[in-house]
Write a protein that binds this ligand. Structure first.
Ligand code: KG4
Ligand code: ZN
Length: 334
């Protein structure tokens, strides 16, 4: 079964063709970085307009990449920016109607975990999933396809949001995650001892205190040199990585899970990847990290998640009704 995936939840217009949930035939992503960079963040109205301008070309190019007909469509329905989601869902519905093929809606966070599954067809549930993106930090047990138990989430800023905001404080370009990742490679991660919010007894996270600690530190000790800014970037990054890795491994142990899938834009972070792989070796668990290109938003992960929903016949319930759904942050979309 060939599924066309469509992803427009935030600032990437993406389409992909995935065969049988795992074979990526084509994956295209049109970035809107240039549109949002002057504003140091994603401007929702501009993002929706940019999706409208790009979506037809992206889909046509993707469809042109395969000689085989598309059997079904999977589209991100939420969480995300409502105007952006509407562009994707309306396009998906229209295309499904014209072609007379089924369409299913996919939760964007669920999609991020499928980025790990696409590349590892042998990985079977149950496993622990950590989604670390610009809008979410979520720890879930992936019990089976469509069966998720949410263990914890951020109580304030998402991990990616913290990277973006701290990069801004340091005068580094948007998006902040890749900028900090790059700057931190030349910095000393032990230079500043920033706080870690462990929130004992829960699987929740918190990053706003860390962000404030960096702001206060810069207020008292301005980073006047490039070297100092790199030290602060590395020390901040280390604090985020420390908490994400330790809390995830603790959750895996307490729930008896030996496989962990990490997804979302922050999963592209070099230090996080290194720390997860090292901790996995020490603790004897397997950590699955998608290829960097599939950590950030893409449509292959949506097509893969959609394939498993189609196999369960969920398109029959949805018919042509897929729509932007802002109430899916709790993994309620099955
Ligand atoms: O998953 P994603 O592409 O979009 C959302 O669903 O939000 O994640 C975007 C987030 C941004 O906050 C970006 O700064 C962060 O992922 N990010 C990174 C890296 N690459 C992207 N954070 C840390 N290190 C990176 N290399
Ligand atoms: Zn995302």
């Amino acid at each position: 079964m060939i599924v066309l995936g469509i992803e427009t939840s935030c600032d990437e217009t993406a389409a992909a063709l995935v065969k049988d949930g795992h074979q990526i035939l084509c994956s295209s992503v049109a970035s809107q970085l240039a549109v949002h960079r002057p504003f140091k963040g994603v401007v929702p109205e501009l993002a929706s307009r940019a999706h409208v301008e790009r979506i037809n070309d992206i889909i046509l190019n993707t469809l042109g990449a395969s000689r085989h007909p598309v059997d079904a469509i999977a589209v991100t329905t939420g969480p995300g920016l409502v105007g952006c989601l509407l562009v994707g869902t309306i396009t998906a519905r229209m295309l499904a109607w014209v072609k007379g093929i089924p369409v299913v809606g996919v939760n964007h966070l669920e999609g991020h975990l499928f980025a790990g599954l696409v590349e590892h067809p042998t990985l079977k549930p149950p496993f622990l999933g950590l989604v670390v993106s610009g809008g979410h930090t979520e720890l879930v047990i992936f019990k089976g396809y469509g069966r998720y138990a949410r263990l914890g989430a951020t109580r304030d800023d998402a991990a990616g949001e913290a990277f973006d905001k701290v990069a801004n404080l340091l005068g580094l370009p948007f998006p902040g995650g890749p900028s900090i990742d790059k700057a931190a490679r030349h910095g000393n991660s032990a230079a500043v001892s920033f706080p870690r919010a462990w929130i004992p007894g829960t699987d929740d996270f918190s990053f706003s205190g860390l962000k404030t600690a960096v702001a206060n530190y810069l207020h008292n000790t301005p980073a006047r040199t490039r070297a100092k800014a790199m030290d602060i970037a590395a020390s901040f990054q280390e604090a985020v990585v420390d908490v994400l890795v330790k809390k995830t491994l603790d959750a895996a142990r307490s729930h008896g899970l030996s496989s962990i899938v990490v997804g979302g834009g922050v999963a592209a972070n070099s230090r996080l990847r290194e720390a997860f792989l090292k901790a996995a070796r020490v603790k004897g668990v397997r950590v699955y990290l998608p290829d960097r290109a599939f950590c950030t938003d893409n449509a292959a992960m949506i097509a893969s998640a959609g394939y498993y929903k189609l196999k369960r016949g969920l398109h029959r319930r949805e018919k042509l009704k897929v729509n932007a759904n802002l109430e899916v942050a709790n993994w309620s979309l099955r």
